[in-house]
Write a protein that binds this ligand. Sequence first.
Ligand SMILES: *[C@@H]1O[C@H](CO)[C@@H](O)[C@H](O)[C@H]1NC(C)=O
Ligand SMILES: [Ca+2]
Length: 353
Amino acid sequence: MAAAVYKSSRVRTRSFWFSHPMFYFKSTTELTCLFVTLSVLSSHSLANEQDFMEDFLKREYSLAKPYRGLSFSSSSQWELMGMAMVTPDHVRLTPDMQSRQGAVWSRIPLFLRDWELKVEFKIHGQGKKNLNGDGLAIWLTKDRMQNGPVFGNMNQFVGLGIFVDTYPNADKTHDRTFPYISIMLGNGTLSYDHDRDGRPTELGGCTAIARNAMYDTFLLVRLFKNRLTLMVDVDGKQEWRECADITGVRLPPGYFLGASSATGDLSDNHDIISMKLYQLTVDRTPEEEEEEEVVVPRVDNMEQFQVEVQEEGMSGVQFFFTFLFSILGLGVLAVVGLMVYGRWKENKRKRFY
Ligand SMILES: *[C@@H]1O[C@H](CO)[C@@H](O)[C@H](O)[C@H]1NC(C)=O
Ligand SMILES: [Ca+2]
């Protein structure tokens, strides 16, 4: 859990420094200290970046124009399924029509441990806001080419699912703005709950206004030393915004990349423009090298997610009882205080006689 708390407090501290530097640091000594600290911090993060000694595109795992390695034939690297179709500009998983499903799956299992996946896509359609659906999903899973209720793929999947959910099925007055992108790690027993937009199993996520957008949407998924980060770029600025950051992610090797989508009563065009996989080369310590492989996907430190739940604040009932007990507690304290004071006064009076 430390990671999430540490991260959010660091972000807050930083924005405070930037907005009130002079207010906070009165003397030059303090400013010098701050400067040294910041330099150390930034050089540290630079060193982190250089951990990626080299990265390069793996064509056999990538899907890009003009989509040569893609067809229904068994010799292709990527395979289409359902309503999915290829055009010169994109792979359309579903058209803007009701009750369609489509997917595209890699045939080659991925055995890299550290990688980065860049996905470019576009979701667009005629429907008004919140009268469109349902979104698309990016997969790295044990099974491939399955039909089902999770954005056009099976439920109880085993592996990684990233959902670009464009329709709020749960309470529509809730604080969360859609489209919402979220991450789930399936282990074969966990179930994605569509009616609750997958909240019970979500490991992280963010809002990304990625529908009928002027620019294509980009997702960057990185698995680096068991740390899974998700970044998005929705407004064509070519800048990544952090969406989720999960440590201790353990994914068995040999899973398949894919993308799928489904429409129901509501629809949209769900277009994948490219999925590019880059290998990250990593320096490992001997201990890291020896880390045993897992058989079922899992997250090592599940506590990191309990914090997020707490951050949602107290419910009305919780608040009422906390308030009630605080008042009662104060009352008891006051009574005890008065009694002690009364005793003390009485004792003092007695001593005078
Ligand atoms: C999957 O994860 C859930 C929740 O962490 C756990 O209760 C369940 O036993 C796990 N299943 C497997 C097959 O590991
Ligand atoms: Ca939904």
